[in-house]
Design a binder for this molecule. Structure first.
Ligand SMILES: Nc1ncnc2c1ncn2[C@@H]1O[C@H](COP(=O)(O)OP(=O)(O)O)[C@@H](O)[C@H]1O
Ligand SMILES: O=P(O)(O)OC[C@H]1O[C@](O)(COP(=O)(O)O)[C@@H](O)[C@@H]1O
Length: 303
């Protein structure tokens, strides 16, 4: 079984505006709401790719109910802990540029956290846990590390898509996959990276510190995969960018679902890039058909 963990889900409120008048009045153009949060997006793509997964995390209030109902409708398996406070709403403002305004997330009580940890006991030998996104501020800084320690003790593999200290702390536990985007990699090492060689050099540092596979995603410029066996590059296929929210999460789902079936990093990387780009070219997350169609256009080269 695959478990996706979304400690801080969100309603992603997509707000297209023809012209943004800062300080004045603008009208929305066909706004819509999606059940969001990185692990939830991963679960939705795993579902499309027919991988068995359960989404765990915390949801609360009317916003949490929206997420649970939307996922039920999509037939995505969930087992959330219901909490007192409202799940956050993240605003994705689409004018001539994309602007994101994300909530910090609700406060969690000790009892709510204890219920989540109890549930986490169901993770067992042979399972894969995918930990994604930010954590609500009330959780301790080492909460991801605590979960990784538990997952490892319980015999499960894990992948992690987060940033900063939580990402760094995860490396020595040998994640199956880490997937910073290029900006997150730059921030981690406080550098500016221009060439593929430079990106690979810094990606390799994550490998040396314990990660088994490192994907550095670069938006419309595609992605690099760094492994002990070799390094690979895939250009993103050409298409019209419609909504890049969830593109990175789609990559994680694409890689893990394919790797658990095939054990082949380069093939899994191809599915990852196809999944990310298929989402970037859709209003909502990608469908299985869109991923399959793009997959045949993607060339993975060894570099
Ligand atoms: N404009 C785009 N055109 C084509 N593919 C894209 C585009 N933006 C994102 N993607 C695809 O999605 C992947 C992840 O996107 P990226 O923006 O790097 O991740 P994140 O959402 O984590 O910031 C990219 O590697 C690429 O395959
Ligand atoms: O948990 P975080 O880091 O605040 O991110 C949450 C946001 O990330 C998303 O999962 C999108 O992530 P990506 O675009 O990186 O794939 C949104 O659904 C959500 O609003």
């Amino acid at each position: 079984m695959i478990y996706t963990i979304t400690l801080n889900p969100s309603i992603d409120y997509i707000v297209p505006v023809d012209k943004l008048d800062l300080g004045g009045l603008s009208y929305m153009n066909n706004d819509y709401k999606l059940p969001g949060g990185k692990g939830i997006n991963v679960s939705r793509i795993l579902k499309a790719l027919r991988a068995d997964a359960v989404a765990l995390g915390f949801v609360g209030g009317f916003t949490g109910k929206f997420i649970e109902d939307a996922l039920d409708e999509l037939d995505v398996r969930t087992n959330f802990v219901n909490i007192q406070e409202d799940t956050r709403i993240n605003i994705k403002l689409k004018a001539d540029q994309e602007t994101e305004i994300n909530g910090r997330g609700p406060a969690l009580s000790d009892e709510e956290v204890a219920r989540f940890l109890k549930q986490f006991e169901e993770v067992k030998d042979g399972d894969t846990v995918i930990l994604s996104g930010s954590k609500p501020p009330s959780l301790p800084d080492n909460f991801y590390e605590q979960l990784i320690q538990r997952a490892t003790d319980q015999g499960a593999a894990f992948a992690i898509d987060t940033t900063g200290a939580a990402l760094e702390a995860s490396l020595s536990y040998q994640p199956l996959l880490v997937k910073p985007n290029i900006h997150e990699l730059e921030a981690l090492f406080d550098v500016k990276l221009q060439t593929d060689e430079e990106v690979i050099a810094y990606g390799k540092k994550l490998l040396e510190r314990g990660a088994k596979h490192v994907i550095i995603s670069m938006g419309g410029d595609g992605a690099l995969l760094i492994t002990k066996q070799g390094n690979y590059k895939a250009k993103a296929p050409k298409g019209k960018l419609i909504n890049s929210v969830g593109a990175g999460d789609s990559m994680v789902a694409g890689f893990i679902s394919s790797f658990l079936k095939s054990g082949d990093p380069a093939e899994s990387f191809k599915t990852a890039v196809a999944s990310g780009s298929a989402t970037a070219f859709s209003e909502d997350l990608a469908t299985a058909e869109a991923i399959e169609k793009l997959r045949s256009q993607i060339q993975v080269e060894t570099i």
